[in-house]
Design a protein around this ligand. Structure first.
Ligand code: ZN
Length: 350
């Protein structure tokens, strides 16, 4: 048996490529990667255009944009934070198979998410409450703003014919586990948690969290942790989670014209403990004077409520009626016609 030095073994692994159906899989840092040129061909996005580290796949109404070494990835100008950075694997700019199956596929072809539940009810979750004020600005508190947005969204959603429930509809404290348990008891529902951020003065903009797939680091932590591999109830909804996050973030960014901080992954209790498709939206920074002033206006909060309504409608239209098509699984996506519906806007602001 030949003896390999670790470096030689690494090189052999790095350059080993094999095909699975329509996909070429490359090994990089112990993970499967797929060339972006392969992604372009599969989704009919044309040839990969590269200028230095900048990469783009583009058709008349769709674009995918990334950078070698970066986790920031734009689909139709909406920012996603990948679980692993785009990598140059043996001269081929590539995306991790995890990001292909858990992000690109359900976002690009939401109508093909298998076994997606119909959308009948919405559970709105205003963050914090009671003794837990959340973040504070000179003008007000996160718990009150979140509740106000939720009450406004409830009115709009009800008028549009949805059954709407709330984890709290007054200023009271509700434990996180109880919020998740309420989601678990509601069949065919979507869970939307509403928060506002706080950090240094400079941080600004809106971001949307959804559950991290199993094995992927949470972006709310510093790097990988053992808990990344613990099973979470919410992971059965991985495809719907990212599709819903895309719908929610797209309307939030487009309507508010706030800075786009991207769609991120985390394992917050409210996202991981129930098998209801869910997102947590952060509607701006109370620690930032400009954001705080906007959040303090009823007009901004009404706009957030409208964004939630539009996101629910866009998600429902995009996912469509249950079709039971065997796609969007852990295995590589299967070829078939691309779905006509995309949840991302054609021109999102940045
Ligand atoms: Zn909060």
């Amino acid at each position: 048996m030949p003896r390999f030095t670790p470096l030689l073994l690494l090189l052999l692994l790095a350059t080993r490529a094999f095909a699975v159906g329509d996909w070429t899989l490359l090994k990089y840092e112990g993970r499967d990667y797929v060339p972006l040129s392969n992604v372009g061909a599969f989704y009919y996005l044309g040839p990969l255009q590269q200028s230095g580290n900048n990469l783009i796949l583009r058709t008349a109404n769709r674009s995918l944009r990334g950078q070698i070494g970066s986790s920031e990835f734009y689909i139709n100008n909406l920012k996603f934070i990948l679980s692993y950075p785009v990598a140059d694997v043996s001269g081929q700019p590539s995306i991790s198979r995890m990001d292909l199956t858990k992000l690109l596929e359900p976002v690009l072809r939401p109508s093909r998410i298998s076994h997606s539940a119909p959308v009948e009810a919405i559970l709105l979750d205003p963050g914090h409450g009671g003794h837990d004020s959340g973040a504070l600005s000179l003008f007000g508190s996160e718990k009150n703003y979140a509740l106000d947005v939720a009450l406004r969204a409830r009115e709009l959603l009800r008028a549009a014919g949805f059954r709407v429930f709330m984890t709290r509809s007054s200023d009271r404290f509700v434990p996180l586990e109880e919020r998740a348990a309420m989601a678990s008891r509601l069949p065919n529902a979507l869970f939307i948690s509403i928060h506002f951020n706080a950090s240094g003065n400079d941080a600004t903009g809106v971001e949307t969290f959804t559950l991290a797939p199993r094995g992927v680091p949470s972006m709310a932590n510093d790097g990988p942790a053992l808990s990344d591999f613990a099973p979470c109830a919410g992971n059965v909804r991985d495809a719907e989670n990212i599709a819903l996050a895309c719908a929610a973030h797209a309307t939030l960014v487009c309507n508010s014209a706030m800075f786009d901080r991207g769609i991120k992954r985390a394992r917050f209790v409210v996202l991981r403990e129930s098998a209801t498709p869910g997102v947590l939206i952060e509607g701006g920074f109370l620690s930032n004077p400009n954001d705080a002033r906007r959040i303090a206006t009823a007009a901004y909060r009404q706009q957030m409520a409208i964004s939630i309504l539009q996101a629910v409608q866009n998600y429902r239209n995009a996912v469509g009626p249950r079709q039971g098509l065997p796609v969007a699984s852990n295995s590589a996506p299967a070829r078939n016609s691309t779905g006509p519906t995309v949840i991302t806007p054609s021109t999102a602001t940045q």
